[in-house]
Ligand binder design. Structure first.
Ligand SMILES: [Zn+2]
Length: 504
């Protein structure tokens, strides 16, 4: 437990700000539960259709956000005097028009009967080699189209706390089975779904059909990743072409029929956008320094229907933080700080931190003048009094000064008991590496992430506005705002810790 701050009695949390002393600005009262509730409900409404990055549904959210920025009174801080910074996202996916598959002379439909698991071009034909036990590594598979039933995954490989359990189970089963055929030279591998995986077949197909996303000339995702310019290498190059097929195909494949498989890959550019507004600081000596409030505007779009709903509304992820940013914007417009403040809603975070990786590499103000990035992701669920502050302990902490400001703000507002487990390098979810502060931290900008962590509704249609704890969200938003106020008004900007180095 990191610097746990005991919860105050309930009455203290509703006391007027005057009782909190001179550190708390009057504008804190501009962070209001009613606004947060309304903004989350708008952002996560069915009309937003899940705001999928790189689609018109994300653009709809971007337009809505820019309009909120304008009404609040922010200054446009995007490119060319607009609210927007456009990003050319590169999408690579299996072409449904150019790809073919048939088994026993029967044409199969991609992503309905058979799901390509790697985004890699492939041509394979011949009699199927049926391997009844995928664990049997003595079978010579070189050059053959292999079919085999999926193995059950090791329990530790299943991350039960994200997406639906069935789809996580399916991914783990695919990985565990496919690993046994990699590098043994099979021309292709058809993995036959078990009944458990079959129940997640549509979810897997929906996820895999999207392909993969990247952006050139941006901060790499991994510490040692190339900052590429020019066409990227073929995705999954060198990977064994692999497909998931329905459990009902098992008997037909065991007959070792002829199969013909042809996968074509298509790559194209699709736009995403960062929405950026600002409040000018009051101090002529400090106003060219910037505090960044960061959220992501996108969610996961329209996918498979679960319990009657197919829209991944992304209420907790991440309308909560977008609403908190708007609330902080209202407070800073009412009472500006000495430094300037930028509010950035990054695009296509769910597609691989695309907007933040681009903006960190091509910031709208000089990067060295960004004194801190306060990012949040999912701040409205789980126990009312628990939250996590990522970047608060080594090796993720890059500014002890900034952490101290955040802890002071927590003591004065949110009064959360901070759960330090999610900030540890050993945490299995690797939560620190999964949101928009990361590209900035990699460039040595003091950065924090506020979160109330994962829950069972993460990345499902159940992440909707009705499940948000709005009193908790209000406390989280006030905590983020007050941290930003401390940074914006401090005599000295938060220093970078010496020796900061992420573990990956
Ligand atoms: Zn998120």
């Amino acid at each position: 437990m990191l610097a746990a701050v005991a919860s105050a009695p309930l009455g203290a949390q509703t006391a007027p700000s005057a009782s909190r002393g001179p550190e708390v600005p009057a504008a804190l009262s501009a962070v209001r539960e009613a606004d947060l509730r309304r903004d989350v409900t708008e952002m996560a409404s069915p009309a937003m259709r899940g705001r999928e990055g790189g689609t018109v549904d994300e653009m709809r959210a971007s337009m809505w956000l820019a309009e909120q920025y304008r009404r609040i009174g922010l200054q446009p801080m995007g490119e060319g005097g607009t609210w927007f910074q456009w990003v050319d996202m590169i999408r690579t996916r299996v072409s449904t028009a150019g790809s073919r598959a048939s088994v026993g002379g029967q044409a199969m439909t991609l992503f309905r009967d058979l799901v390509p698991l790697n985004v890699v071009p492939a041509e394979a034909a011949g009699a199927v080699l049926w391997v009844a036990d995928a664990a049997d590594s003595t079978v010579e598979v070189r050059g053959r189209v292999v079919a085999t039933p999926l193995l059950a995954p090791p329990p530790a490989a299943i991350r039960a706390n994200s997406y639906t359990f069935a789809s996580r189970y399916a991914d783990a089963a695919v990985n565990a089975t496919l690993a046994r055929f990699q590098r043994r030279g099979a021309a292709a591998v058809l993995l036959v779904a078990s009944p458990a995986v079959d129940s997640a077949f549509e979810v897997v197909a929906s996820a895999r059909s999207r392909g993969s996303y990247d952006v050139d000339d941006a901060v790499p995702r991994a510490a040692d990743g190339p900052r590429r310019v020019g066409p990227p290498p073929a995705l999954g190059a060198g990977a064994t072409p692999a497909y998931l097929v329905r459990a009902s195909m098992r008997d037909a494949l065991a007959q070792q029929p002829q199969a013909e498989l042809s996968v074509r890959v298509e790559r194209f550019t699709t736009p995403t956008v960062n929405v950026i507004g600002g409040v000018r600081g009051t101090d002529p000596a400090l106003r060219d320094e910037y505090v960044v409030f960061s959220s992501h505007q996108d969610a996961n779009g329209v996918r498979v229907t679960l319990e009657g709903d197919s829209v991944h509304a992304g209420a907790d992820d991440n309308a909560t933080v977008t609403a908190a940013g708007l609330a902080a914007a209202r407070a800073f417009v009412r009472q500006p700080g000495r430094r300037s403040v930028l509010f950035i809603n990054h695009g296509a975070e769910e597609r691989g931190l695309i907007g933040s990786r681009w903006h960190a590499a091509h910031p709208v103000v000089p990067l060295e003048r960004i004194v801190a990035v306060l990012n949040g992701d999912m701040i409205g669920r789980n126990h009312p009094d628990s939250a996590s502050l990522l970047g608060a302990q080594p090796p993720h902490r890059n500014s002890s000064d900034l952490v101290a400001m955040a802890l002071r703000a927590n003591a004065l507002t949110g009064r959360f008991t901070l759960d330090s487990l999610w900030d540890r390098p050993t945490h299995p979810e690797g939560w620190y590496f999964r949101s928009d502060h990361l590209p900035y931290a990699r460039l040595n900008v003091p950065a924090l992430m506020y979160t109330t962590n994962l829950h069972d509704d993460y990345h499902t249609p159940r992440d909707d506005a009705g499940r948000i704890d709005y009193p908790k969200l209000t406390r989280m938003a006030r905590w983020m705002y007050l941290t930003g106020w401390f940074v914006a008004t401090a005599p000295r900007r938060p220093a970078l810790d010496p020796g900061f180095r992420l573990e990956r």
